[in-house]
Design a binder for this molecule. Structure first.
Ligand code: SF4
Length: 373
């Protein structure tokens, strides 16, 4: 591609793959698969006259089908896989006391920051791949089946709120058997450009549901797009059952809200889990210093590089002031409220995957393969 997009946080410019995606869409010998990240659906409407924060997922799915995407899936599904794997990893570490606290690793800008500035904490990073990467690996595996790929080449495209996600797909640790899983990342603003160029009138398109089997995410998967979402999703997973009182107490634990650093405790089988929910790298720096200087002790630390999380990512429509940011947050939490399945491990499409495609392959497809580990 000739066009460049500029990353507002890193002051680096990144090539766009819009041209390659157009080519793949036009090629009859390809099957083009899209995954849409949670934060995209509450921000893309900004460009097409919708109320701030309105979830326009149904429209976006319809539009992508018209653009020629063969299957349109939901990254919330990948987020559900991340919750299941990361909760398991957390309990193992919490029980053994090794490599504590556990740091989330689904934000590539944070992972890079930790590697560069705090290499001593790299072992604390979760080995779980990010939702985008888990999704990418599962899609590749699924379409190996000739009945599924129909003899066509699979082109895997992610629609992300984030420019750092473009680099994440190139990291060999997240490859499966030495191969890159996701081919291209388009940011929200890039897909807006493609929609405009196509002449499709966004608000005139009929809404559609995401495709099966990877189009169904739980409410936990959806809230990944906002700071605190990963922690809330993991706590829900750790909670037995799903009665409303317990879900409500997690919601009220201090996990939500705008603050750059939130600290909360959660009772798990009589033991206290202390979590820090951090957004913004300056805040991450503060928390890492605290941990390093033994001024604070945590069991679980969620970090998102962008203030307020992915809803305010560098690939989202700009000029988002406080009202927009509140509306996007509300948009995701309302989506959770309206989703029947609240817990990742209760998503039936996730459960069936563990019994089929993932059997014996959890490590190969869902975890990073850091060399020497
Ligand atoms: Fe990307 Fe920002 Fe989300 Fe990190 S917090 S994954 S940098 S959008």
């Amino acid at each position: 591609g000739q066009c460049r997009v500029v990353c507002p946080t890193g002051a680096i410019s990144i090539h766009t793959n819009i041209d390659e995606v157009w080519e793949a869409l036009a090629d009859k010998n390809t099957k083009v698969i899209a995954q849409i990240a949670p934060a995209v659906r509450v921000a893309i409407g900004d460009n097409f006259g919708y109320a701030k924060g309105e979830n326009v997922m149904g429209k976006l799915v319809g539009v992508l089908h018209r653009l020629g995407f063969d299957e349109v899936y939901d990254t919330s599904y990948g987020a559900d896989l991340t919750v299941v794997e990361e909760s398991k990893e957390f309990i193992e570490r919490f029980t053994s006391g090794e490599k504590m606290p556990l740091f989330t690793s689904c934000c590539p800008a944070w992972v890079k920051y930790c590697e560069n500035k705090y290499p001593e904490f790299v072992p604390n990073l979760s080995t779980c791949r990010s939702p985008q990467q888990m999704f990418g690996a599962v899609v590749r595996e699924y379409y190996k089946d000739p009945e599924k790929n129909e003899g066509k080449k699979i082109v895997s495209v992610s629609i992300m709120p984030c420019t750092a996600k473009k680099e994440e797909i190139l990291r060999p640790e997240s490859y499966t058997n030495g191969k890159q899983d996701v081919d291209y990342v388009l940011t929200t603003t890039e897909i807006v450009r493609m929609i405009r160029k196509s002449g499709i009138v966004f608000d005139k398109v009929e809404i559609e549901a995401a495709d099966v089997p990877f189009g169904i995410g739980s409410g936990s998967g959806v809230i990944f797009g906002v700071t605190g979402g990963v922690t809330e999703a993991v706590l829900r997973r750790l909670q037995q059952g799903h009665n409303r009182v317990d879900m409500e107490s997690i919601k009220k634990s201090g996990v939500r809200g705008d603050d750059g650093i939130k600290v909360l405790t959660y009772n798990y089988n009589g033991r206290e889990i202390k979590a820090a929910v951090v957004n913004g790298l300056a805040n991450a720096d503060k928390v890492l210093q605290q941990i390093k200087n033994h001024e604070a002790e945590y069991d679980f630390v969620e970090v998102m590089a962008c203030r307020r999380g992915c809803i305010m990512g560098g690939g989202q429509p700009v000029n988002a002031g406080p009202r927009t940011r509140k509306a996007r947050m509300k948009g995701l939490y309302d989506t959770d409220v309206n989703t029947q399945i609240k817990k990742s491990n209760e998503n039936p499409m996730i459960l069936s995957l563990y019994d089929t495609l993932l059997k014996g392959k959890e490590h190969e497809l869902l975890h990073r393969n850091f060399s020497g580990k």
